[in-house]
Design a protein around this ligand. Structure first.
Ligand SMILES: CC(C)(COP(=O)(O)OP(=O)(O)OC[C@H]1O[C@@H](n2cnc3c(N)ncnc32)[C@H](O)[C@@H]1OP(=O)(O)O)[C@@H](O)C(=O)NCCC(=O)NCCS
Length: 228
């Protein structure tokens, strides 16, 4: 898993041309300017994840610009290596960060910036049973404050997104396909009903600092991978 936290707001390609190849620079230019920053950070995180994946397995490690990342609309992204091999990827962006993970089997990652959700979002995105689980977890941690409920909700949401990415479906319109079935401080159990598979989704918090203006921001990251 890899994290990219880079201020390229003044120049969406600043420094990133070391990572991107010409094909990807064309892809970047085809994107709306407001989406470029996140897209580039996602590519940087993903290429670092792929290079780490290869090095860890003692395989030849191409330079970042020799790796091409394609993400067809509505499908998980894939890294293509110069020798023709393909590596599975998952990418997420939020706030000032992007995270990515790679794998030989399907992987899913999500990151969510810590912020209070609007009233009604819990009811829209969680079933009554899941909300009871949320309340039970908040009680177990002896903390019924708004902040801790918000953190738990974000972990639930990010866990669902991670599984939606492993499944390759995305979340839109399919929220009820995914059900949170248990909660542990380090992971969340998610049942994917269409395939009747259970996923253990690991979650952790990280803090990212921005320098201009100086702000510490918290994010929850959720990740999981398929066994097969
Ligand atoms: C498509 C979806 C994966 C996008 O999630 P998001 O929160 O908008 O964005 P994230 O930063 O988490 O993830 C974006 C990445 O997901 C990846 N992705 C897109 N579609 C994907 C799919 N079908 N399967 C796996 N990964 C996918 C892409 O790599 C994308 O990054 P890129 O454009 O830089 O290549 C999906 O979860 C979704 O459908 N979101 C809708 C959100 C929603 O329903 N909101 C309702 C709130 S109540």
């Amino acid at each position: 898993m890899w994290l990219s936290d880079l201020d390229i707001s003044q120049d969406p390609c600043g420094g990133a041309d070391l990572y991107l190849n010409w094909k990807e620079i064309d892809m970047l230019q085809a994107r709306a300017p407001r989406h470029r920053h996140h897209w580039v950070m996602g590519r940087i995180a993903a290429k670092d994840a792929v290079r780490h994946h290869l090095t860890h397995r003692g395989r030849e490690c191409p330079s970042p610009s020799e790796i091409t990342i394609t993400s067809e609309s509505g499908k998980p992204p894939i890294a293509a290596l110069p020798n023709g091999d393909k590596i599975r990827l998952s990418i997420a962006h939020s706030g000032h960060i992007a995270v990515a993970m790679s794998g030989d089997t399907a992987v899913g990652i999500d990151a969510e910036i810590l912020r209070e959700h609007a009233p009604g979002v819990e009811e829209l995105s969680l079933s009554a049973r899941e909300r009871r689980l949320l309340t039970a977890a908040a009680t177990r941690y002896s903390s019924q404050t708004r902040d801790s409920r918000c953190r738990l909700f974000l972990r639930f949401w990010a866990a669902k997104e991670a599984v939606a990415k492993v499944a390759g479906t995305g979340l839109a319109g399919r929220l009820s396909d995914l059900e949170i079935v248990n909660e542990h401080p380090d992971y969340i159990g998610v049942q994917h009903h269409p395939t009747q598979t259970h996923h253990r989704v690991h979650t952790f918090w990280l803090t990212s600092s921005t320098f201009f203006p100086p702000v510490n921001t918290e994010y929850v990251v959720a990740w999981t991978r398929c066994d097969r």
